[in-house]
Design a protein around this ligand. Structure first.
Ligand SMILES: NC(=O)c1ccc[n+]([C@@H]2O[C@H](COP(=O)([O-])OP(=O)(O)OC[C@H]3O[C@@H](n4cnc5c(N)ncnc54)[C@H](OP(=O)(O)O)[C@@H]3O)[C@@H](O)[C@H]2O)c1
Length: 332
């Protein structure tokens, strides 16, 4: 087989991080994966921004191919579950962190990590969803499991114009929830309303004037990808019996709160992890994504870029400048 294109991250002896578009041979791929996939699309998530910049200690060995998710076509498989020509998707399992990931035209991975592409989705749509969308769906499922229903009141989505927030907004709105979208970018208001948000709340309003353990009961549920002060504020504003899905830390990993919302209002804080979620949970999430997520909203949230654009996109996502989902066409 001929060589193929990959985006590699190098760390020099002085710890400088460099990106290089390179040509690899198939023999360069890891030997221990059972399935060789011709990657069609990958994406840029917040975690990709960390891996691309060498931050967060996520990448252990260099040179490295990042890309924490991808969709593509099986070229060969020594595992009976997959055959040549099958369309597959991968999110999580620390692919793109400790394993080579999706920023290449081919990837070799374990069969256990793959899922068959859900009916009704093509590879590009699957990656418009990607890790962020999978996480948003797991969050919606967690709120549903906690008994949050559309008639109980509005649901707050923080970091709403980002990847997780955009898909969460569209999913909740499609299920009939009234969504209040928190954003630090007022210019995204029309975009967020197009995804289905009923109200827009400025991030500054969530940051100022807080500090009380309980405030007016405003939200039946919350999907939070920001953490820190904003998550603490959301907890103080939950209605009795409400539930908050905590997903991320784009605003900080701390949580300056008290136990009061939990013990006075019976609020639940639900931890969401997409990386090690079981195969069964992933399948049900992908099936719900394929059936629930309206295609016009999915496409509105998507921007397609080429492999060469990925390093600058990684810096942009860490700076909170990316709107919606960045899909990487690895063959462009
Ligand atoms: N638990 C999991 O399995 C899992 C899976 C995927 C992602 N995550 C985490 O979820 C978070 C979001 O990921 P993503 O890929 O959606 O990233 P993203 O596209 O960059 O979205 C994050 C959003 O958070 C807001 N934000 C950024 N900096 C902020 C700050 N300093 N203070 C308050 N808000 C800020 C911005 O939204 P606005 O511009 O609208 O304010 C930004 O668009 C990350 O922390 C990521 O690591 C976790």
């Amino acid at each position: 087989m001929s060589s193929f294109k990959a985006l590699m991250v190098h760390r020099d002896e002085d710890k400088t991080i460099r990106h290089e578009m390179t040509e690899l041979q198939h023999g360069d791929l890891p030997a221990d994966g059972e399935v060789l996939v011709a990657v069609k699309y990958s994406t840029v998530n917040y975690k990709d921004g960390l891996c691309l910049s060498g931050k967060g200690g996520l990448v252990r060995n260099y040179p490295h191919i990042p890309g924490i998710d991808f969709a593509g076509e099986v070229v060969s498989s020594s595992d009976k579950r997959y055959q040549q020509g099958d369309l597959v998707a991968l999110t999580g399992w620390r692919v793109g962190e400790i394993w080579w990931g999706g920023y290449a035209q081919f990837a070799k991975v374990r069969a256990d990590w793959l899922v068959p592409l859900a009916d009704g989705l093509d590879c590009q749509q699957a990656m418009a969803i990607g890790t962020a969308g999978m996480t948003a769906m797991l969050s919606v499922l967690a709120l549903e499991d906690a008994g949050v229903t559309p008639d109980m009141g509005p649901v707050l989505v923080t970091g709403a114009a980002g990847g997780v927030g955009s898909v969460a907004t569209a999913l909740l709105a499609a299920r009939g929830y009234s969504v209040t979208a928190v954003t630090g970018r007022p210019e995204t208001a029309n975009y967020l309303r197009g995804l289905g948000a009923n109200d827009i709340l400025a991030r500054a309003e969530m940051l100022e004037g807080g500090g009380r353990p309980l405030e007016s009961e405003s939200w039946a549920g919350c999907i939070d990808s920001v953490g820190s002060t904003i998550l603490a504020r959301a907890l103080a504003q939950m209605k009795y019996g409400g539930a908050v899905a905590t997903v991320g830390l784009a605003g900080g990993a701390d949580l300056p709160t008290t136990v009061i919302p939990f013990i006075i209002r019976g609020v639940s804080l639900l931890g969401i992890d997409s990386v090690m979620a079981s195969y069964e949970r992933r399948l049900s999430a992908w099936n719900r994504l394929a059936s629930d997520l309206p295609k016009p909203q999915l496409l509105a949230a998507m921007t397609v870029i080429g492999l060469g654009d990925v390093p600058s996109a990684g810096a942009d996502i860490l700076a909170g400048k990316v709107q919606g989902r960045l899909v990487v066409d690895v063959n462009a």
